[in-house]
Design a protein around this ligand. Structure first.
Ligand code: F0G
Length: 363
């Protein structure tokens, strides 16, 4: 492999991952996503804070799931597996289908019928997965996957597969390398809770290896209608416009709890309205278009640091010049329907410069 082709998270972080020379690396050059400074979010937080957005939507299938999937599929190949299976709210299935295609593995995905964003559903089909729409929610689908994976017919590539967490922890490594140390606060959306578990693992490992001097306080945000970790109990019928995190019984619940406790962090909620407003705000103010679940990070930051929120925010005494990282987990184009609540409509004009100038108000 020459340097140009030697990319992807396994290649970049091989020494920190459970791979050997016998592991066939299945990669789409995932990872190394941009950490974008946000002047406007920094200003909202104030006190010299620097806010950065980790734009995971720029991974090959448009979400952070690719980091974990390169590991899960590579390890499946190493073990000689022929077929993989996952339950998904849409992004895991897109990533599983793409990496399985590259590795010539059969892939089955179980999805809650009618609750998958259009772009994600299309991804599962076009990458060649067998798509099964379940008359139930994500939690039902994951239960079925556990049953179907139990006898070895399929390798499960949900984040209950520990290799997924291993791959996803590389996002923390990248942030530490780019900032020169860990940030003070890390904010991210929480659904099945694998990602907050993975980030925390990554931050702990690099701190323990002396590659960072500290670990951030972890802040997870759930949608108000799908907030089991926040509420402390299973939500039977989770609902939210952010379908990616429409989950009532997260598999990595304990991991999320540990991350929050050990880091002196928090799990909080944001409403669908706050999510959709934050999504539009980030696109129209900073030029970063993310899917609704990802905007929960931004809505969370705003909840913590705007006038009203600051009084009760657990981070209100943050140090002067604190570094805050928000993970935005998936690309906005995956879900072209949700933002249409804003009622976007084109101005209309005849094909005539004068008519166009008129509707633009620049006559
Ligand atoms: N953001 C997006 C865009 C997601 O797709 C997910 C999870 C999350 C956040 C939450 O991450 O589950 O690790 O806490 N999506 C899974 C899926 C459930 O099937 O694609 P988490």
């Amino acid at each position: 492999m020459n340097a140009l082709h030697d990319r992807g998270v396994i290649s970049r972080y091989r020494e920190f991952l459970p791979v050997t020379d016998a592991t066939p690396v299945v990669s789409l050059n995932e990872g190394s996503t941009p950490l974008i400074h946000s002047p406007k979010l920094s200003k909202i937080v104030g006190r010299g804070a620097e806010v950065y957005v980790k734009y995971e939507g720029l991974n090959p299938t448009g979400s952070f799931k690719d980091r974990g999937m390169t590991m899960a599929i590579s390890k499946a190949c190493e073990r000689g597996v022929k077929a993989v299976i996952c339950a998904s709210t849409g992004n895991t299935s897109a990533a599983a289908a793409a990496y399985a295609a590259r590795a010539d593995l059969a892939c089955a995905v179980l999805l809650p019928a009618g609750k998958i964003a259009a772009g994600k559903l299309l991804q599962a089909f076009i990458y060649g997965a067998k798509v099964v729409a379940i008359d139930g929610n994500f939690d039902d689908a994951l239960r079925l996957v556990r049953e179907l994976g139990a006898d070895g017919r399929f390798e499960i590539v949900n984040s209950i597969n520990p290799f997924r967490i291993e791959g996803q922890k590389t996002a923390s490594f990248e942030i530490i390398e780019e900032l020169g140390d860990a940030p003070d606060i890390h904010i991210l959306p929480v659904g099945n809770a694998g990602n907050i578990t993975a980030y925390w693992k990554g931050y702990c490992e690099f701190r323990d290896l002396g590659r960072a001097t500290k670990r951030p306080r972890m802040a997870g945000f759930q949608a108000a209608g799908s907030a089991p970790v926040y509420l402390g109990h299973v939500v039977e019928n989770p609902e939210t416009v952010a379908t990616a995190i429409r989950i009532g019984n997260p598999a990595s619940w304990d991991g999320a709890k540990a991350a929050v406790k050990e880091s002196d962090g928090c799990v909080d909620i944001v409403t669908d309205e706050q999510i959709l407003d934050a999504q539009r705000w980030l696109a129209s103010e900073e030029g970063i278009f993310v899917e609704p679940a990802s905007a929960a990070s931004v809505a969370g930051l705003m909840k913590c640091f705007t006038e009203e929120g600051r009084a009760t925010c657990p981070f209100r005494n943050f140090p002067e010049g604190a570094k805050i990282v928000l993970t935005v987990t998936g690309h906005g184009l995956k879900d072209p329907e949700a933002p249409m609540v804003h009622g976007f409509k084109a101005l209309e004009a005849k094909a005539d410069a004068g008519a166009v100038a008129k509707v633009l108000g620049v006559e």
